[in-house]
Write a protein that binds this ligand. Structure first.
Ligand code: PEP
Ligand code: MN
Length: 294
């Protein structure tokens, strides 16, 4: 009796195991070695042979300020300007972003300088508004499992950067991407931005193995945000070099023309000259693995 019970349990577990192994992400999954999604935005390819830099301040702080930083990141070779108009801040008393006014500023600067822009969307009710102004939407780490938001961006016609949640496993991250794709938007860019660990020398721990794993398991472009992983400016360069070396398709980097006076994340924002150096050093790494820094 006991033996039989044991056998039944084993059988049950075996089938559960098989179910577990059946990959739950049908659309995200890489089907064969050359299966790669390349996303085109205004002539720029994300996930193609070239490695991209998406750079700019943490937040849109004003027209003059964004224009200043945009000019320097463009001069160093960035094609995509990052900046947030809606800010998910840990404290309700911190700068929350300029909202729609910030989106307008971003659009204006992008048009003046011929740059592509990306920004964060935090609320499903803002998705249509954000889509109107920017070229690429971003789901922040804190919202990776905001399923209503994922469904809403799933209806968008524009690409979506999906940041990995602060404490999300790779599987949860890929399932969040699956949500967006299952709702119709197949232009998803995964972004590793560091996860919570016991280590407190850095703001988060950059999980570079997640980049290799995601590139192996999915056909989606994978980029790395060393800024929110590190939380400190002095290690952005080595983390960026390592990210390119491991196969990231791009870097999402915070840069500020006047970091001492930034309204948000100044401590991790690169000075213009340091971003310029980063671009040069990352170019050599990209060349050494048969890619090019765009
Ligand atoms: C950001 O990129 O502006 C940001 C808030 O990052 P994260 O969602 O990774 O914390
Ligand atoms: Mn930031």
């Amino acid at each position: 009796m006991l033996v039989q019970l044991k056998e039944e349990t084993l059988e049950e577990n075996k089938s559960k195991d098989i179910q577990k192994k059946a990959k739950p992400y049908k659309l995200v999954e890489k089907k064969h070695d050359n299966h790669r999604t390349v996303i085109e935005v205004k002539g720029v390819l994300i996930g193609g042979p070239e490695v991209l830099a998406l750079a700019g301040p943490c937040a849109v702080e004003g027209l003059e300020s964004l224009r200043e930083t945009a000019k320097v990141v463009k001069a160093s070779g960035a094609k995509i300007l990052r900046a947030s108009a809606f800010k998910p801040r840990s404290s309700p008393y911190s700068f929350q972003g300029l909202g729609e006014e910030g989106l307008k500023i971003q659009r204006q600067v992008a048009d003046e300088l011929n740059l592509i822009i990306e920004t964060e969307v935090m609320d499903p009710r803002d998705v249509a508004l954000v889509e109107e102004y920017v070229d690429i939407l971003r789901i922040g780490s804190r919202n990776m499992q905001n399923f209503d938001l994922l469904k809403e961006v799933g209806k968008c016609k524009k690409p979506v950067i999906l940041k990995r949640g602060l404490s999300a496993t790779i599987e949860e991250w890929l399932l969040a991407a699956e949500y967006i794709m299952a709702h119709g938007n197949h232009q998803v860019i995964l972004c590793e931005r560091g996860i919570r660990t016991f280590e407190n020398a850095t703001r988060n721990t950059l999980d570079l193995s997640a980049v290799a794993v995601a590139k192996e398991m999915t056909h989606l472009p994978v980029i790395v945000d060393p800024s929110h992983a590190a939380g400190r400016v002095d290690i952005i360069l080595p983390l960026s070099r390592a990210a390119i070396a491991i196969g990231a398709d791009g870097l999402l980097v915070e840069v500020h023309h006047d970091r001492e006076n930034a309204l948000c994340d100044g401590a991790q924002s690169l000075r213009p000259e340091d971003f310029d150096l980063l671009m040069k050093e990352c170019s050599s790494i990209a060349n050494s693995i048969g890619r090019k820094m765009l």
